[in-house]
Write a protein that binds this ligand. Structure first.
Ligand SMILES: *[C@@H]1O[C@H](CO)[C@@H](O)[C@H](O)[C@H]1NC(C)=O
Ligand SMILES: *[C@@H]1O[C@H](CO)[C@@H](O)[C@H](O)[C@H]1NC(C)=O
Ligand SMILES: *[C@@H]1O[C@H](CO)[C@@H](O)[C@H](O)[C@H]1NC(C)=O
Ligand SMILES: *[C@@H]1O[C@H](CO)[C@@H](O)[C@H](O)[C@H]1NC(C)=O
Ligand SMILES: *[C@@H]1O[C@H](CO)[C@@H](O)[C@H](O)[C@H]1NC(C)=O
Length: 323
């Protein structure tokens, strides 16, 4: 056994692919709990009710005392930022919209496909962060460690094969696809293996399972889902579909949660999923999550701040790692 694991670590050391995902530490509250809001598919200069959703995020963020915000991607429509000098649009769609005191917290960012049809590197640039220091996009994939929970932010656009046939995508630092996704999956597996957090939540833009307009993403079911299942991931959180939904996996504890209601919604189109649909709302809104070592509670809110759906998960005492 020891010999085998020695051999495995030797191979890992030799592998040129083995990089480590960057990490950001975010301390939980003094009582060890953490409250996070999640919104996706939003940046439209306030249009399509982006402003109303933002206002209600501010109200709820105040009430629940949000520690930080996660964006599930498609941050700027239609074609991301055009460069790290595209600061006026950045301000008009982010800084000037999410103005509430309660939202003046770090925003941890993944990119969506719409961010990739502009300058996909601009959102990680120092110039953009200088405009608004909340903006935290340290790399296209990275980990937010908050003691009781680790959020693994994963860049999912490169997985989607059909995008590679389109000329608009900015694949700098990504191409070739196969190497990029193989390295990313390996880095994620390493990070999940090392993670000592009670809760493990993986965040990407594209859904693994969805009953809304776009439906499931075959490439993620193939490459990402097996990793989530074998490493005890509690939840996969995404945007892309402009709806709010919660789906249970039929053969694992992973829950699939979509928070993609940050602006334009009401697509009125649906796809079948063979997983178990627990809740689906085809309109605007956002998610809040409250985590402690023993419990995680989730709430979906609509554009008016009305509670649409709540649910909870618990950890058995045995599963809680006391550090
Ligand atoms: C914005 O929200 C209001 C409800 O507050 C709704 O009547 C309206 O249709 C929504 N607009 C869009 C573009 O979704
Ligand atoms: C950003 O810089 C490029 C190159 O100098 C220029 O072509 C473009 O118009 C600038 N964009 C903005 C929004 O200022
Ligand atoms: C950012 O991520 C890429 C690929 O995932 C990696 O090659 C690069 O080293 C990372 N950057 C840093 C500063 O770690
Ligand atoms: C990409 O384009 C090629 C050539 O037109 C086609 O054969 C292939 O099916 C396309 N792949 C996807 C995923 O759209
Ligand atoms: C994935 O989507 C396809 C097309 O909508 C659907 O037929 C299939 O049942 C879905 N698969 C799962 C596992 O949900």
């Amino acid at each position: 056994m020891a010999a085998v694991s020695l051999l495995v670590s030797a191979l890992l050391l030799l592998s040129p692919a083995a990089a480590e995902l960057q990490r950001v530490q975010h301390a939980p509250k003094d009582d060890g709990s953490l409250t996070v809001l999640a919104v996706g598919d939003w940046g439209r200069g306030g249009q399509f009710n982006q402003t109303l959703v933002a206002e209600q995020m501010g109200v709820v963020g105040e009430k629940v005392s949000a520690d930080f915000i996660i964006s599930t991607g498609d941050n700027f429509y239609d074609d991301g930022l055009s460069g790290d000098n595209d600061t006026a649009f950045f301000k008009a769609s982010f800084t000037d919209i999410y103005t509430a005191d309660s939202l003046q917290k770090p925003w941890y960012i993944v990119l969506g496909n719409h961010d990739y049809t502009g300058d996909a590197l601009a959102q990680q640039s120092a110039a953009i962060r200088e405009v608004d220091s909340r903006w935290t996009s340290v790399n296209k994939s990275f980990i937010v460690e908050a003691e009781i929970v680790d959020f693994f932010l994963v860049d999912t656009s490169p997985f989607v094969l059909k995008y590679w046939n389109e000329s608009k995508f900015d694949w700098r630092n990504v191409a070739p696809r196969d190497t990029y996704i193989a390295n990313l999956v390996e880095d994620l597996e390493d990070a999940l293996t090392e993670s000592k957090a009670t809760w493990k939540i993986v965040v990407g833009h594209h859904p693994i399972s969805s009953g809304c307009e776009h439906g499931n993403t075959t490439e993620l079911r193939e490459h990402l889902l097996p990793v989530l299942k074998t490493h005890g991931v509690d939840m996969y959180l995404n945007g892309h579909d402009h709806c709010l939904q919660r789906i249970s996996s039929v053969d694992s504890p992973v829950e699939f949660v979509t928070s993609g209601g940050g602006s334009k919604a009401w697509a009125g189109k649906f796809k079948p999923t063979s997983d178990k649909m627990e809740f689906l709302y085809d309109g605007q809104g956002f998610l809040s999550m409250h985590l402690t070592a023993a419990e995680a509670n989730f709430v979906f809110y609509d554009v008016a701040g009305t509670v649409l759906h709540t649910w909870g998960l618990t950890k058995s005492a045995a599963a809680i790692i006391v550090s």
